[in-house]
Structure formats: C-alpha cells, structure tokens
Design a protein around this ligand. Structure first.
Ligand code: GDP
Ligand code: IMO
Ligand code: MG
Length: 427
C-alpha cells in the first residue's frame, strides 16, 4: 500500500488534520497537493493543540517527511511564521520539502482576493481572503510566480512586472486603489529566498523514488470534495482540486501508484462561506451542532454553517474520488439527540432525486428528504471498539455506511489521537 490519499468528503473541516496525524506515525511522507493557507487543520496531541494551515499534518510525527507539492500555493510569510511557531513549541521542522514548482501567493494576490470579494458585494464567495483564487488564476494565466523564481532576481522582476502590468490597471482604474510597486514586491519576495532555500527540492523526484523504495506516502487534501473547482458547488468553491485526481497532478505521482483513497466524513455537515447547502439548519439544532461541535473556522474564525448528515453528498464523494473507505468523524457530537435526521435523497421540483444533480439551479433548490434514526444519550468518548458504542450509535454508523457507498474503517469520538475507534485496521 505505498501511496494513499486522504481527503475531505464534504465542504472541508471534516477532521482531516486529526486523521492525517493518526496515520503520520506509520507513513514515511505526508504531502499537501493543493490549496494553501486557506486550510485550517487541527491536531490535538495530548494536552497540546496545533492549528496547521500550510504545513502537512504529518509534521508532528517525528519519523515522517512533510512535503509541500507543486500543486500548493505558498504564502512565504505564513509558511515561515508557521515554522517558527512550531519550532518554539519544540517541533522539529527541518525535514520539510517544498516543491520549486509550487506557486507563490504574492501580496498583490491577497489584495486582489479582498477587493474582488468586496466588489462582488452580496454575490461574494466568502473566501478566506488569503489570495488563493487570484494566485491560481495567475498560474493558469501563466503569469504566476513560482518558488524557484526567488533564486533568479532578473526573472523574478520580469515576472512580477508582467503580473502587475494588468493588475495595476485593474486596481487603479476599476477598484480605485493605489498601484502596487514592482520593486517593493520583488524586494519582499527576495527577502524570503534564503530562509526557504534549505527546504526547496525536486519533490516529484523525491516522492517517486520513495515509492520505488516501497516507502509509504500519504497525500493530505485541503478543503473538501464539494469545494473542488471541477466537482464542487461551483462557483462557491475553492480554486483547486481537493478531489483524489488532484493528488496526482499536485504532487507529480501517477494514478497507478495510489491504492487507497480515504474520505473523511463528518457525522453531520458543515460549510463555511457562501453557497448551497441543502441540509443547513437555521434552528436550535443547528445552533447546538455548532456549539457542541465547536464549529468555528480555524483560519478565519467564522462560525460554520451546520446541518444534518447528507448521504447524497457522501455517495457523490465516493464516486468522484473512487473512495476505498471512510473515516467517520465527530460521532460524539451527536450524543444527546433523541432522533437524528439523515438526508437520503432530495426533492427537486416535486421529484425524488437520489444522486447529486449536475445542474447548479437544481441543486440550489434541492430540498432534503430525511429518514430519522433513533439517537443515544450515553457518553461515547471513551469507546475503544465498535462494540463499546450504544446500539443506536452502531445502527447510525451502519446506516451511514450503507447509504454512502464505501466501508467506514474508523470512527472519531473526540478530537484526541486516541479518541478513535478502529474498525477495519485503519492504520
Ligand atoms: P480539517 O480542516 O478537516 O482538518 O478539520 P478542522 O480541524 O478544521 O475541524 C475539525 C475540528 O473537529 C477540529 O477542532 C478537531 O480537533 C475536531 N475533531 C476532529 N475529529 C473529532 C472527533 O471525532 N470528535 C470531536 N468532538 N472533535 C473532532
Ligand atoms: P480545510 O482544509 C472549509 C472555503 C471558503 C470559501 C471557499 C473559497 O480546513 O477543510 P478560498 O479562500 O479557498 O478561495 O475560499 O472555500 N474554504 C474552506 N472551507 N475548510 C477549508 O479548508 C476551506 N478552505 C476554503 O470558506 O467558501
Ligand atoms: Mg479546517
């Protein structure tokens, strides 16, 4: 089982950080393949809590080499402060590798992200404001700055000039902002070059050699399936491919190498930012899920929108990612509800629809059709085996598994590493 992918099956924040950290002890490399510091991954080790944004969650496992792949967008100032924050807490980060082909989030990309959102007004996406979309746009427009450009001042200057040529016109004429100085940007970026140099590597070569040597490589997705630029709820998505295919392009590893794709699935649903969300709750139940689940963004501090589990989405995630198994997280949060509704299909224009509609307009007015499952009131946070769970909690897990199209191999019953029930040798 040399290469495996671990990704979000819903709209992000499913508990990927915890799951990656759990596996970190038994894998050799953990690789981020897309996204950037829009991600917020929480890892709880003993009484220590870590919030990671750009670094792969494997960074907390001493034997593991963390890798930032070519598909990631890197904000150097965020990366350096994340590294020094971890160093201050005694975490060794010296093994980190960063692809020279990864694109850099420049200060002007962050500016453009913020002004674009402001300009969109009530049609805004609700981005994290970290410059993610504009950086990927520059990449696709072929005016992006890559990590390797930091090591050639003349090329860097030419590229920043090319990027700012058009952007400054837009910033000054359309958004009424001041033009951004090429020299200032170049100076700031060059200031990161020496600090990043020890980490920069040909990560494609490193990872493929590792796989040839039978090392275990884990690809850790940021965001989630429904935030995927191709397969998510476009335009209310992020600007990369968190889905399984993204691991291949975002790390330079062929699909034939990947033998397992784990979907991280929350026992209910959350979403941050704008966009459709059929099972969203606006009542006391939604408020309770938010409070009990601690559903507040790790990156932006925004309250997460909360709703019941949506099996249509889980099935969709199984399909577009070719999921082999699920890690069901946060089951403990549902303790105390007498009845737990689960969305099994949608009603769209009076018709029952079993699968996620491809049409955005249909999805926007899809109404959930619920089946109600009996809840449980016993504390499950100390459960170590499936048999330790109350009968109704077992039945809830089994029902979700049947509806979602792939086996559940582990269950989270708390944020800590050890608050996990392993069913099918997850690790
Ligand atoms: P990620 O972005 O997918 O890594 O998820 P986040 O870290 O943004 O959000 C998940 C939150 O749930 C974090 O606060 C985790 O510590 C917490 N968490 C993860 N798994 C569990 C679980 O099984 N039970 C509970 N109660 N909390 C969990
Ligand atoms: P993790 O990895 C939840 C959402 C934003 C917004 C949309 C686009 O912690 O699961 P962007 O800044 O990426 O252009 O914003 O995507 N979003 C996330 N939501 N978890 C995340 O990451 C997210 N990263 C981006 O809220 O709706
Ligand atoms: Mg998160």
């Amino acid at each position: 089982m040399p290469a495996l992918v671990l990704l979000g099956a819903q709209w992000g924040d499913e508990g990927k950080g915890k799951a990656t950290d759990l596996l970190g002890g038994s894998v050799d490399y953990v690789v981020r393949y897309q996204g950037g510091n829009n991600a917020g991954h929480t890892v709880v080790v003993g009484d220590q809590k870590y919030a990671l944004h750009l670094l792969p969650s494997g960074i907390l496992s001493p034997g593991c080499t963390p890798v930032i792949g070519n598909g990631v967008v890197v904000d150097p100032s965020v990366l350096l402060s994340e590294l020094s924050g971890l160093n201050e807490r005694g975490v060794d980060t010296s093994k980190l590798l960063i692809s020279g082909n990864a694109h850099i989030i420049t200060p002007y990309n962050v500016t453009v992200d913020k002004v674009t959102e402001r300009f969109l007004g009530k049609r805004k996406i609700g981005t994290t404001g970290r410059g993610i979309g504009p950086t990927y746009a520059d990449k696709i427009n072929r005016v992006g700055i890559r990590v390797q450009d930091l090591y050639d001042e003349s090329i860097l200057t030419q590229k920043v000039e090319a990027a700012l040529d058009v952007k400054n016109q837009i910033l000054t004429k359309l958004y009424n902002r001041r033009a951004i100085s090429v020299a200032q940007v170049v100076e700031e970026l060059l200031g990161y070059a020496d600090k990043l140099a020890p980490y920069v590597a040909d990560t494609v070569l490193v990872l493929n050699q590792a796989l040839e040597d039978d090392k275990v490589v884990l690809f850790e997705g940021g965001q989630g399936t429904l935030l995927d630029i191709d397969h998510g709820t476009y335009p209310f998505v992020t600007s990369s491919n968190p889905t399984a295919g993204g691991a291949c392009t975002g790390a330079g590893v062929g699909p034939t190498k990947i033998s397992r794709v784990i979907g991280i699935l929350k026992a209910y649903t959350t979403r941050v930012g704008a966009g459709p969300f059929p099972t969203e709750l606006f009542d006391a139940d939604g408020e309770a899920l938010r409070r009990i689940g601690g559903e507040r963004g790790v990156t932006t501090g925004r309250d997460r929108r909360c709703g019941w589990f949506d099996a249509v989405i889980a099935r969709y995630a199984t399909r577009v990612n070719g999921l082999t198994d699920f890690f069901l997280t946060k089951l403990d949060v549902l303790t105390g509800w007498e009845q737990i509704p689960v969305c099994v299909a949608y009603e769209i224009d009076g018709k029952r629809v079993e699968e996620l509609p491809y049409s955005q307009s249909d999805f926007h007015h899809a109404k959930p059709i619920y089946e109600t499952l009996p809840g449980w009131s016993e504390d499950i946070t100390k459960a170590k085996t499936f048999a330790d769970l109350p009968k109704n909690a077992q039945a809830y897990v089994k029902a979700l598994e049947d509806m979602s199209g792939a086996p559940i191999s582990a269950i989270g019953v708390g944020p800590g590493r050890d608050e996990t029930i392993e069913i099918n040798s997850f690790i």
